[in-house]
Design a protein around this ligand. Structure first.
Ligand SMILES: *[C@@H]1O[C@H](CO)[C@@H](O)[C@H](O)[C@H]1NC(C)=O
Ligand SMILES: *[C@@H]1O[C@H](CO)[C@@H](O)[C@H](O)[C@H]1NC(C)=O
Ligand SMILES: *[C@@H]1O[C@H](CO)[C@@H](O)[C@H](O)[C@H]1NC(C)=O
Ligand SMILES: *[C@@H]1O[C@H](CO)[C@@H](O)[C@H](O)[C@H]1NC(C)=O
Ligand SMILES: *[C@@H]1O[C@H](CO)[C@@H](O)[C@H](O)[C@H]1NC(C)=O
Ligand SMILES: *[C@@H]1O[C@H](CO)[C@@H](O)[C@H](O)[C@H]1NC(C)=O
Length: 470
């Protein structure tokens, strides 16, 4: 038993103790903006709230018990004061309070007194409603964010009712007998309703996917790694942020390093993305057989002075035109390990190690291997945000070719290296035109990021931003 527990305890850190590779911080500015937008939304949708019927019996001295029912209750007007919402570290959640809410309602009344049935309409005003709710955030076993109600208190200040139609003039004088009771009735229904909203929210959170297929090869795991962390000024969520190959589903042979998003005043949100996330994508592609390419002569632009034709290879491999004259060639390019990125405060560095195998295509279709080259290359990249776009640039830092094997004898690789560098630089020019035009910041259905800045850091990249509800 003790052994089992010990073994389990030893397993826990390795399965649950992963560092988050994606972090999201919500600041108080963001919370207040979200609350404001939420209040507007709620105000717009309050008209759709349906009230349950209220019924009961009222004892009136001279008459005895009158059974009553208030039905079809609808909100006519509601002055929703802006609630206050704050981070509440005591409960790892939020504390919401609202006071001074007044609601005007109308509906139909029916009374039943002995054999006398009567009915009409009523106008009701409920004054000075206050609600105090505390919710707790957590994480379930699958890494979903969870929310639950910790406490709720509701108070109704005063209720006034004016009855119309039927014999309303008979019991309107006794309205004070109704109001206290109806006030308590309304009061007792507020918190169950608040709790129902929280339960509905929790169902939505549970139904959300924490893993997304990005394409046929890769899936992104965005489950929470830890409980949410809350202090008086912010909420921090840590997500796994790992891409993995759908086919093999193996973790990469490296781990996410811990990082802390630096403080930056004045923004609603901060996000941190570890180099781990991108490297796990690279590893996922690599282990599912990505990073391979075949290059044949029809892919080389017609105007290009160099073609994949053995007769034109003389300047680079002098013996080749003599050994295999007039044959088309093709190249097989493949990474020999997953390309790795590293984030630094001045640049993103990308290292690519690949092999290039060259073949000659015989007239009868047979492919004759010619030689194999090793490529070791390093690129530097910068990314920044310009308005609503992420822009960037890439440059080649280092590029070396080495001869790994040859069926056509030794040759100097320097001329080929110069040619390849030229080709890579040409390709980078095109990439830079694209990156210079930029890519739109990710947009959600009902909101977008504004005033965003990117900050490069050692090992991660931080995004500070405001959000705008559309
Ligand atoms: C609220 O009611 C209005 C009209 O009464 C309707 O158009 C709208 O779709 C309703 N909204 C919801 C969320 O039910
Ligand atoms: C959640 O993931 C499942 C399986 O990948 C998919 O079928 C479903 O459409 C996803 N749901 C949402 C809301 O993205
Ligand atoms: C070159 O490759 C492309 C794409 O794989 C293919 O469509 C084309 O037929 C190939 N050309 C030659 C000459 O083999
Ligand atoms: C290769 O280049 C030589 C010399 O320009 C040319 O004669 C030959 O037709 C080319 N071979 C093919 C298959 O295009
Ligand atoms: C194709 O031609 C090459 C060179 O002429 C020859 O070595 C090879 O045996 C031939 N292959 C077939 C299958 O005919
Ligand atoms: C480029 O790579 C070669 C071989 O790996 C290395 O010797 C050289 O120092 C590198 N140059 C730069 C500028 O990184």
């Amino acid at each position: 038993m003790l052994l089992t527990v010990t073994v389990l305890l030893m397993l826990i850190p390795s399965t649950c103790g992963k560092n988050p590779a994606v972090q999201v911080t919500l600041t108080d500015k963001g919370l207040q903006y979200g609350k404001h937008a939420g209040t507007d939304w709620f105000q717009d949708h309050l008209g759709n709230v349906t009230f349950p019927d209220i019924s009961g019996g009222i004892k009136i001295k001279i008459f005895g018990t009158i059974d009553y029912a208030l039905t079809g209750i609808k909100i006519i007007k509601c002055d929703l004061p802006e609630p206050s919402v704050d981070f509440y570290p005591d409960a790892t959640g939020f504390k919401t309070s609202m006071s001074g809410l007044s609601i005007a309602l109308n509906g139909e009344w029916r009374t039943h007194y002995g054999i006398i049935h009567d009915g009409g309409t009523f106008d009701m005003a409920v004054f000075d409603v206050s609600v105090l709710s505390v919710v707790e955030l957590g994480k379930d076993d699958d890494g979903h964010l969870s929310i639950s109600s910790v406490s709720c208190e509701a108070k109704v200040g005063d209720v006034n009712i004016v009855f119309q139609g039927g014999g309303s003039w008979i019991f309107q004088p006794f309205v004070h007998h109704f109001t206290g009771r109806i006030g308590r009735e309304i009061q007792s229904r507020i918190c169950p309703n608040v709790e129902q909203i929280i339960v509905t929210l929790e169902h939505h959170l549970q139904a959300m996917n924490v893993s997304f297929d990005v394409d046929q090869a890769l899936s992104l795991d965005l489950s929470l790694t830890d409980l949410p962390v809350i202090d008086a000024s912010k909420l921090n969520l840590g997500f796994k942020g790992e891409f993995y190959s759908i086919k093999s589903h193996t973790d990469p042979p490296f781990e996410a390093q811990p990082f802390t998003i630096p403080e930056q005043q004045g923004y609603m949100l901060a996000m941190g993305l570890s180099e781990y996330t991108l490297n796990s994508a690279s590893y996922g592609y690599y282990s599912s057989g990505g990073f391979q390419a075949f290059i044949n002569d029809s892919m080389i632009p017609p105007g290009c002075p160099v073609h994949l034709n053995t007769s034109l290879m003389g300047p680079f491999i002098p013996q080749l035109p003599k050994m295999f004259p007039g044959l088309l060639m093709y190249l097989q390019v493949y990474a020999i390990k997953a390309p790795m990125l590293s984030f630094h405060s001045d640049a993103i560095k990308l290292g690519v190690q690949a092999n290039v195998k060259a073949f000659a295509i015989q007239p009868n279709g047979t492919e004759t291997p010619l030689f194999k080259l090793g490529v070791d290359s390093q690129f530097n990249s910068k990314v920044w945000i310009d308005g609503q776009k992420v822009k960037g640039s890439v440059s080649m830092n280092n590029f070396t070719l080495t001869l790994v094997g040859s069926e056509v004898g030794e040759f100097e690789t320097d001329p080929l290296e110069r040619l390849a560098k030229l080709g890579v630089n040409l390709a980078l020019t095109k990439v830079n035109v694209k990156m210079g035009k930029g890519f739109d910041l990710p947009r959600m259905k009902h909101s977008q990021l504004v005033n965003s800045v990117l900050k490069m850091q050692e090992g991660f990249i931080a995004l500070f931003s405001d959000a705008e509800v559309l």
